[in-house]
Design a protein around this ligand. Structure first.
Ligand code: IYR
Length: 226
């Protein structure tokens, strides 16, 4: 493939004060995001979730290979099968496989092996990471930085959904191979994460959690800092 260039015509710059207002607003908006574990069955319009997935698909990726696949599941019967299989794995995790230290780390989140939200939430976005792609002739196409690329796309999906309105929950039953079987995905696509999408149940409670301070998570190396 050869390099073809075009003008950066869609990029927008804002005056500094406008940028400040935008970061202030966006930070406040993102600080309102919470993972919820109790979902209402109230439907979310599918086109809205589809558009949020389209946002995720704009993510940067290794060599622009876009090594992801999204399966959007709204069919109650398929959600039921996913719930049954996930709860079986989760029981194995909570009743034996998980080390005590891990269970202690999870205690403040109040999670357990029951995953009713996999059925009650109107949509599950099941995200797969493609270990390689396919050329039009069926030959293998190499993918690069697969985990980084799919992680970035997933973060953009979570951000888009929050910006638009629905709540979401990242759910990672381990192991997740059952998702490939239920959803008929090929072996070279590794189940990456289930994003549960819907409205929170009314009066939903969330755990009291705090985020690290800016200084705990970010160091600045600049001329004006001692
Ligand atoms: N997959 C399990 C356990 C779990 C693990 C982590 I790390 C979490 O942040 C939350 C849950 C479950 O979904 O319950």
């Amino acid at each position: 493939m050869t390099l073809r260039l075009e003008p950066l015509s869609e990029y927008r710059q804002y005056p500094i004060d406008k940028m400040r207002q935008r970061t202030t607003d966006f930070l406040a908006e993102m600080r309102r995001r919470r993972s919820v574990r109790h979902f209402s069955s109230r439907p979310v319009p599918r086109d809205i979730v589809e558009d949020c997935i389209r946002v995720a698909m704009t993510a940067p990726s290794g060599a622009n290979r876009q090594p992801w696949h999204f399966t959007l599941v709204g069919d109650p019967e398929v959600k039921h099968r996913i719930r049954v299989a996930a709860e079986e794995e989760e029981r194995g995790f909570y009743d034996g496989r998980a080390p005590e230290e891990w269970l202690e780390a999870l205690a403040p989140l109040g999670t357990d092996a029951h995953k009713p939200f996999l059925e009650t939430a109107p949509y599950l976005v099941v995200i797969f990471a493609q270990l390689h792609g396919e050329e039009t002739d069926g030959a293998k196409m190499k993918h690069y930085y697969v985990n980084e690329s799919v992680g970035i796309a997933t973060g953009m999906l979570i951000t888009a959904l929050h910006h638009v309105g629905p709540a979401s929950l990242t759910h990672t039953p381990a192991p997740m191979r059952f998702l490939s079987e239920i959803l008929g995905r090929p072996a070279h696509e590794k189940p990456y994460l289930i994003l549960v999408v819907g409205y929170p149940e009314s009066d939903t409670k969330v755990p009291v959690l705090s985020k690290k301070s800016f200084e705990q998570s970010c160091e600045i190396i600049d001329l004006d800092i001692g």
